[in-house]
Design a protein around this ligand. Structure first.
Ligand SMILES: Nc1nc2c(ncn2[C@@H]2O[C@H](COP(=O)(O)OP(=O)(O)OP(=O)(O)O)[C@@H](O)[C@H]2O)c(=O)[nH]1
Ligand SMILES: [Mg+2]
Length: 458
């Protein structure tokens, strides 16, 4: 583990030409070191300055008396600082050379070059923020979309920490209750108490599962989703693709079996990146090329996050339709009833009840807005978002999933009338997993992995 009681320094702005470049110092000797290279025309002293004030002056090499730069120096006194230690930020003119020279000077006077993320690590170790908030600062720096930056900012403000803390408190009450019985083995949990404990555990578990699902949602916005349009030949798959893209992308003819290959396009659905695939119509065929196309359609069904299963409203259900419906039944599917501009011949009673249906006409564009909304709803299941708290970090998701498993084991142990020690052990396991998220339970290995991905000077 790093030493944390020395004074660290780093250049905290990008290296390059800019209006300002900042050299940052943190630790017990921050003021002392800065004092030795800083000349204030009005003879102001850094250690005497009020906290969070700026001093104007020059950085001068104490050995050569060479003036390095004209600066504004911010004095930040512990404990109300980013690291909770004494801090100095030297605002130089933003050339590469000046900031490098200032850094060299402070290193020469005994400061140590900070490791990546070490300022934030100190903020964590000194209790100003917890681990999930530290990670959020890294996310905020790396955020590329408004949405991801909002999620990071919420997490930085403690939204995830608070949620996890509340769930941990609830879980702790259960653990304490169970542990109280360990010392009195002759006492038995009565059925009513047992039910109560199980119900509380179940509630906590459900909350955690909801949180875990938000990770998927966040992944969708980051990595995009794959949507496959499938159906028997001639139902209007390519026409739908063209409608969604608002261009004549795929060949449309009245001859069944027109599309032979998977055609991919990218669509932006209210900020959600969608890879949309038009596929060959699914049917039995002796044509080699078409058969290969059908094989690829079936493959697309397997790889898609959502399937748009197309049917032709103007015709009764065929054998091929039934075959296709069977393939998509257990997938995330929307039934799209196309050709709504023609006379309906398809009895709705022939369709599976459980799959949501949308009527459209790829020809006139009717129902397209409803279809887009339905696609979004089917992927971003709004009801799963857990009071706006979203998991974006794999480490958090894995810890939550481990906690869910441990809670399941706790419930089973209670039901099996296992010894109280065992029940408590399983419950403690869940508590620890949640503790890892906020850093209440942690190891050097976890910390190293997290902070090494930060930039230097943060
Ligand atoms: N009236 C009407 N005709 C449509 C509609 N959508 C598609 N069609 C027609 O149906 C025929 C087949 O359309 P395609 O889009 O090529 O159908 P497909 O499902 O891609 O067919 P394959 O590629 O052969 O599997 C064409 O003549 C289209 O003009 C619709 O909403 N209403
Ligand atoms: Mg087609």
């Amino acid at each position: 583990m790093l030493e944390l009681d020395d004074t660290i320094a780093a250049i905290s702005t990008p290296l390059g030409e800019g209006a300002i470049g900042i050299v940052r110092l943190s630790g017990p000797r921050a003021f002392d070191i800065a004092e030795r290279i800083f000349i204030s025309p009005k003879n102001k002293s850094i250690s005497q300055a009020t906290s969070h004030s700026m001093l104007y002056g020059f950085i001068v090499n104490p050995d050569t008396q060479e003036t390095i730069d004209e600066v504004l120096l911010t004095v930040l006194k512990a404990p109300n600082t980013y690291t909770r230690e004494d801090m100095v930020e030297i605002n130089c003119h933003g050339g590469v050379l000046a900031v490098r020279k200032v850094l060299e000077l402070v290193l020469g006077l005994g400061a140590r070059l900070a490791e990546p993320g070490e300022f934030t690590l100190r903020a964590f170790v000194n209790g100003r923020i917890d681990l999930s908030q530290a990670e959020a600062t890294a996310d905020l720096i790396k955020a590329k979309t408004e949405r991801s930056s909002k999620i990071a900012l919420d997490q930085l403000k403690g939204s995830l920490s608070n949620k996890i803390k509340t769930l941990r408190e609830s879980l702790t009450e259960v653990v304490v209750h169970i542990e109280a019985y360990i010392d009195f083995p002759e006492e038995e949990l009565d059925l009513e108490t047992e039910d109560k404990l199980i119900n509380r555990l179940k509630t906590i578990k459900e909350e955690l599962q909801k949180l875990s699902l938000t990770y998927e949602e966040a992944r969708f916005y980051r990595d995009g989703v794959a949507v496959a349009i499938v159906g028997r030949p001639n139902v209007g798959k390519s026409s739908l693709l063209n409608r969604l893209m608002q261009q004549d992308r795929a060949i449309v003819t009245e001859i069944p079996g027109t599309t032979r290959d998977v055609i991919e396009e990218y669509l932006n659905l209210e900020g959600l990146p969608v890879r949309i695939m038009d596929t060959a119509g699914i049917r039995k065929t002796h044509d080699l090329a078409e058969a290969e196309g059908v094989r690829r359609s079936l493959q697309a069904i397997e790889g898609a996050d959502l399937i748009l299963a197309l049917l032709d409203l103007s015709q009764p259900l065929t054998e091929e339709d039934r075959f296709m419906l069977d393939k998509v039944r257990h997938k995330n599917t929307l039934l799209v009833l196309n050709k709504a501009d023609l006379k309906a011949q398809l009895p709705l009673s022939d369709l599976p009840d459980e799959i949501q249906k949308v009527r459209i006409s790829a020809k006139t564009g009717d129902g397209l807005d409803e279809l887009k909304k339905a696609i979004l709803r089917q992927i971003i299941k709004k009801e799963i978002s857990s009071e706006g708290v979203v998991i974006t970090n794999m480490r958090h998701k894995l810890a939550i999933d481990r906690a869910v498993l441990a809670i399941t084991r706790t419930i089973d142990a209670i039901k099996d009338k296992a010894p109280y020690e065992i029940i408590a052990l399983e419950a403690r396991d869940a508590l620890n997993s949640l503790g890892e998220i906020i850093g209440e339970v942690t190891t050097d290995d976890i910390l190293n992995r997290i902070f090494s991905s930060f930039c230097i000077g943060k």
